[in-house]
Design a protein around this ligand. Sequence first.
Ligand SMILES: [Fe+2]
Length: 334
Amino acid sequence: MEKEGRILIVDDEIGVRESLRYLLRHKYEVYLFSTGEEAVSFCQPGYFDLAILDIKMPGMDGIEVLKRLKHIDPDLPVIMITGYGTLETAQAAINLGASGYISKPFEKVELERVIDEKIRERKRKLEERIRLLQLEEAKKKLDAEVRKAYSSTLESLIKAVNAKDSYTSSHSQEVADLSTKILCGLDEGVKEEEKQIFHYVVSLHDIGKIGVSEQILRKTTPLTPEEWEEIRKHPIIGAEILAPIDFLRDYINIVRNHHERFDGKGYPDGLKGEAIPLYARIVCIADAYHAMCSDRPYRKSLGKEKALEELLKGAGTQFDPEIVKIAVKILEKD
Ligand SMILES: [Fe+2]
């Protein structure tokens, strides 16, 4: 017949050990130990369903065995055996995590009742723990799948935007790379997931330009005030495009606020200083730097040195001066 659990018994008196074995052997696998030391070195986490400990023993006493067993297996139910003069100690043992006590001489029915109850409780806890672990596992798997689905959605979106023209494509990627380097320079502990989503969204910082007429975007002569008005809408259009993607909620400010200025003279919200979200302050610098270093139809690249000078010149007016310092350090090394 399959046994209902494993019980560890520690008592220095052979008579007590044997009578417990005799009472319990039909239902349970019984392991007898005459010293606490032997029992502790044999015990493994999760191996036993219950321990029964004598309190007064030469060498390691029952209270010490209880502490050690609880250290090995915190959920192991432990029942103390009390004899004359150890009832108070048994109560102290309960304060240390023992589940109960039984008194000598043992009443068969009472002994079985206590042991059955504790073992059932132990099994219920173990099952609960397994269920929780399975749930956590399933959640992890689901999260990974959702992340994968999100990543592919964003990658498709980035490809769609990049397909429009090659300048936007390489510009967006380089701004995303540089912004991510600056973010990591500001905070070395930035999490991999945050870094990844940040990079994706920076790659899409100009996505709103798909809502601006091509004629204006490709114009090589100075823009009229109305045309400027049109261009200045792209952060708002971009933020609206990404708004339905719930997990980008904390990153959409990159798209909406990358043209804000530190002195409050930017657009679309005219935010000032640290009221501009940190991500957007970073991207603003990377975006301006990359634009200055690129050949455009209406002007040649300024070159690295001049562009770095411009960043420093704009520190405190156009750009966050603290972030400029970090960006310049990174760019000088590049
Ligand atoms: Fe932009």
